[in-house]
Design a protein around this ligand. Structure first.
Ligand SMILES: O=C(O)CCC(=O)C(=O)O
Ligand SMILES: [Mn+2]
Length: 226
């Protein structure tokens, strides 16, 4: 073995594998923060949970009220799931594909969302919905507000896994020019308070392959719906 006496890298003990960085916070607006690499150490567990959810409630491309097929494929877990169709955007307790309740939110997901919210200054976040977005290269989410929730006092917690993406984060008016932030595997975005209704989106995903997810990006967005 080469160099068996070399000390382990400084982060090895705390963060599991030597190539994992220690997380750090990057505030981006009042009430909004990027928790850089916050979910890295739990990514494998999160992706296993996503796989189990998708086995029950498969990813599908929803249709917007305007009749467009969304480029991002979606599914949900939790008491409520976000859906879109010709009738509009809304939350519902059942998966319209199966008529059955959405799969329960795995504890690993709920726990991480709650901890991330608390870390960002939002104590006692109890998400009822976890929307899971699957992006393949070219998929995008145009600028929008998350405003289908009845309780806007709770923040949004959004975990990025797999391929990197560009997060567009604007202001409270659609016309406010969004700033662009790279989001990579394990980053968690939390926004609430004065930023709860900020316009945001994801630029078209670029080609690539990630060791954890292959040619895709997985995003988990946690919300208190009512
Ligand atoms: O994929 C992301 O990072 C953002 C997802 C999002 O904004 C949404 O699902 O409403
Ligand atoms: Mn959103």
């Amino acid at each position: 073995m080469a160099d068996s006496h070399a000390p382990p890298p400084a982060t090895a003990d705390l963060f599991g594998s030597p190539d994992e960085e220690a997380p750090w916070d990057e505030p981006i607006a009042p009430g909004a923060v990027l928790l850089r690499r916050y979910a890295c150490s739990r990514a494998a567990e999160l992706l296993a949970a996503v796989k189990a959810v998708a086995a029950d409630a498969p990813f599908r491309h929803l249709i917007t009220p305007g009749g467009q097929r969304m480029s991002v494929a979606m599914t949900n877990c939790g008491d409520q799931g976000w859906i879109s169709d010709r009738r509009g955007y809304r939350y519902g307790a059942e998966d319209p594909l199966s008529g059955k309740p959405w799969p329960a939110m795995p504890d690993s997901l709920a726990r991480l969302a709650r901890e991330a919210a608390a870390h960002a200054g939002y104590a006692d976040f109890a998400p009822q919905a976890c929307l899971i977005n699957l992006y393949r290269p070219g998929a995008r989410l145009t600028l929008h507000q998350d405003r289908d929730e009845l309780d806007l006092s709770a923040p949004i917690v959004s975990i990025s896994l797999g391929l990197p993406a560009t997060f567009l984060f604007g202001g409270l008016q659609r016309a406010d020019r969004p700033r662009r932030f790279p989001l990579v595997h394990g980053d968690v975005a939390v926004w609430g308070g004065p930023s709860r209704l900020a316009f945001h989106g994801i630029a078209p995903l670029r080609d690539g392959v990630h060791p954890a997810t292959g040619a895709s990006r997985v995003n988990l967005t946690f919300r208190k719906t009512r």
